[in-house]
Design a protein around this ligand. Structure first.
Ligand code: SAM
Length: 282
């Protein structure tokens, strides 16, 4: 019995040593296919996400290649698949860009999605993706979310919504607290993935584009940093010249002030070289 246990422990130690011995970040050559990213004749030019590689019953990409990205893989997919069950839900998606998450939302069983995008050139790609993938339950709408939360416009395709899906958008807005209040009115539940200010990583907030700031909204003051946005011609930027990134405590305060009472942290990552947090709130 003792010998068996010893043999098993030795084996386990061997496995651990072996796994530990594999250098991280090394991609074996046989996993890399030297193929260009798929393109689309209907909308020529560069696509910034790998949306054309996603498959549905209606669309099969040419061949799935491994394209090593300069800033790493999109870690947010783990929160999407592990924590969300979208079957039968009505979703309000904010800032779909090229529609990559919109495809996944429909594939996950949402009954209807309204996706709001401010850039006509991104919207054209979203509509092309809708056609390719037969996204019959997704509607893409051209509107500026700043106009919506500032009360200048109302949603062209109104709710009610079961979930607001806000990934990659909040940190492009100048008044995130006001935006969160609007989101809470549109749907009780929020899936939020956003960059924020993490003091332990202060070296990442370079002074060329970040500076310390406070935002006063009503009788509340939130601490964080102002970020210089890339302008209208940058396909992934906000529509105002500056956005506001709160500290984590101030982001929680914003969520509470918006009316969310149960706020879960799903995880924290470094995404595109900056601290990122994913939350579910209702
Ligand atoms: C960083 S990309 C995020 C794309 C996608 N949601 C993701 O997380 O992978 C931001 C997207 O939001 C859009 N956007 C930025 N500000 C917006 C606004 N005020 N109203 C509507 N869309 C906006 C941009 O045009 C872009 O498509």
């Amino acid at each position: 019995m003792k010998t068996l246990l010893r043999a098993w422990l030795d084996r386990l130690g061997y496995e651990i040593r072996n796994v530990k011995g594999i250098p991280e970040d090394v991609v074996p050559s046989w996993t890399i296919l030297d193929e260009p990213l798929p393109t689309d004749d209907a909308i020529p030019g560069e696509w910034i996400t790998n949306v054309l590689e996603l498959a549905t019953a209606a669309h099969r990409p040419p061949r799935l290649a491994y394209h090593r990205k300069a800033v790493g893989e999109d870690l947010r997919i783990k929160y999407f698949t592990y924590f969300l069950d979208l079957r039968g839900l009505r979703i309000l998606e904010l800032g779909p860009c090229e529609g990559l998450w919109s495809i996944l939302i429909e594939k996950m069983g949402a009954s209807a999605t309204v996706a709001i995008e401010a850039r006509p050139e991104n919207l054209a790609k979203c509509r092309r993706v809708k056609e390719l993938h037969h996204l019959d339950r997704t509607t893409f709408v051209l509107q500026d979310i700043e106009d919506l939360y500032n009360g200048k416009e109302t949603l062209a395709q109104p709710g009610p919504f079961d979930l607001v899906f806000c990934l990659g958008l909040l940190y492009h807005l100048p008044e995130p607290a006001r935006a969160l209040r609007w989101m809470r009115q549109e749907g009780q539940r929020l899936f939020l993935g956003t960059h924020y200010v993490e003091p332990a990583e202060s070296r990442r907030y370079i002074p060329q584009v970040f500076h310390e700031a406070q935002r006063r909204e009503g009788d509340k003051t939130y601490r964080g940093m102002e970020y210089r946005e890339g302008g209208r011609s940058d396909p992934i930027s906000g529509t105002s010249p500056f956005s506001f990134w709160p500290l984590e405590a101030d982001l929680i305060a914003m969520l509470r002030d918006a009316g969310y009472t149960r706020i879960e942290i799903l995880g924290k990552d470094i995404l595109n070289r900056m601290p990122h947090i994913t939350r579910l709130a209702d």
